[in-house]
Design a protein. Structure first.
Length: 122
């Protein structure tokens, strides 16, 4: 009898292991086209960067809004979607949070508040 329990436990475990193995493959995304440079003036790159900066400023605990100073590099990868990798230099502006779209912001240059960062957005 104990041998029969062991066998039935083994038979129940095998399908579970196969299901677990199959589910882990669902998370793998096939790369159709690897990362390739793309022009930073591309409309999709600009839109992605705008969104990334909105999220960055929302999550940042800084009292001031950060703006893009320079786009260093933009790359595109094609999977089951378009994926952008964008390297930028950002800096603290003179606009305080919450930011109004009507405001015109300038980069903090000659101040102890001056701060520049390099960021990579995926």
């Amino acid at each position: 009898m104990p041998r029969c329990r062991w066998l039935s436990l083994l038979l129940l475990t095998i399908p579970l292991a196969l299901v677990a193995r199959k589910d882990s493959n669902k998370n793998e995304t096939a790369v159709l086209r690897k990362l390739k440079p793309i022009n930073a003036s591309n409309a999709n790159v600009k839109q992605c960067l705008w969104f990334a900066m909105q999220e960055y400023n929302k999550e940042s605990e800084d009292k001031y809004v950060f703006l893009v100073v320079k786009t260093l590099q933009a790359q595109l990868q094609v999977t089951n979607r378009l994926e952008y990798l964008i390297d930028v230099e950002i800096a603290r502006s003179d606009c305080r949070k919450p930011f109004s779209t009507n405001e015109i912001c300038a980069i903090q240059e000659n101040s102890k508040l001056k701060k520049k960062l390099s960021c990579r957005f995926w």
